[in-house]
Structures are given as structure tokens and as C-alpha cells.
Design a protein around this ligand. Structure first.
Ligand code: ZN
Length: 138
């Protein structure tokens, strides 16, 4: 089967569809379509950094009150999708508490034993532990 030479190899129908669904949420929130040249530029970014572009889309929806679509295309134009995402906030440390990513996490939390709030509590076994009680953390 011959492949049309006008169709670039990296921009498959699948990634076009995925890109359209990523952008659709922003378009809906903003109330307008993402037009060219921004759409083409954002799609090229998506073809290279799909996860980065998804992350920028997600954070743009969270951060922008009025125009998430504009914030999204501005951030793509400025290469935000090529940055590593921020580590999760310490309050969301439960996300890290999976067997494959178990490691020491410290932060602000209320001790599981004495319920005292500490700036340097240890997150372990799904609970916060203050410095007096962290030895009891299993
Ligand atoms: Zn304690």
C-alpha cells in the first residue's frame, strides 16, 4: 500500500484526534476555537511532546479565569511543554504512596499519633508522623 507523500509520518490521524480532544476542553472553556497559526504550532508541539502539551492544557484550564485557550497557546509558544512538570504538592503525598514509588516524603502535616501539626512531618504508610513519633511509623 502506498502512503501519500503529502502526509508527514509523525502526524498520524491518531495524534491529530488526541490533539483535538486536548484542545477541545480549552476551546469549550474559552468559548472559541483555537485558530491558526497557533493551532498548527500547538499541534507540532504535541507531536513532539504529547505529555508536556497535555500538562500545559491541564494547568492552563486551572490557572486561567477568562481565557485558558489563550494562556495555553501562549505557554506552548514559550516552550512550557518542554519543561518537566512540578513535583506534586506535599498535601497530595498520597499519590506518591504507591509500592513502585515509595520514598521518604516530608512536609506539613498532623501527626497520626498525637495529632500535633508539624512543619517537618514524615509521610509514611499513608499517615503523617511528627519527629517524636516517626520511629513508630511502620
Ligand atoms: Zn506525634
Amino acid at each position: 500500500m502506498l502512503v501519500s507523500e503529502s502526509e508527514p509520518i509523525t502526524t498520524t490521524a491518531t495524534s491529530r484526534q488526541e490533539f483535538a480532544s486536548v484542545v477541545a476542553a480549552l476551546e469549550q472553556a474559552t468559548g472559541r476555537r483555537l485558530g491558526n497559526p497557533q493551532r498548527r504550532q500547538c499541534f507540532e508541539a504535541f507531536a513532539t511532546f504529547p505529555n508536556g502539551v497535555r500538562e500545559v492544557a491541564r494547568t492552563s484550564l486551572e490557572d486561567a479565569r477568562v481565557n485558558p485557550l489563550g494562556l495555553f497557546s501562549w505557554r506552548i509558544a514559550n516552550g512550557w511543554h518542554e519543561l518537566d512538570p512540578l513535583p506534586p504538592a506535599r498535601e497530595q503525598a498520597t499519590m506518591l504512596d504507591s509500592p513502585s514509588r515509595r520514598r521518604e516524603v516530608r512536609g506539613r502535616g498532623s501527626c497520626f499519633v498525637c495529632e500535633r501539626s508539624s512543619e517537618d512531618a514524615l509521610w509514611q504508610a499513608g499517615q503523617w508522623w511528627c519527629s517524636d513519633h516517626e520511629a513508630e511509623a511502620a
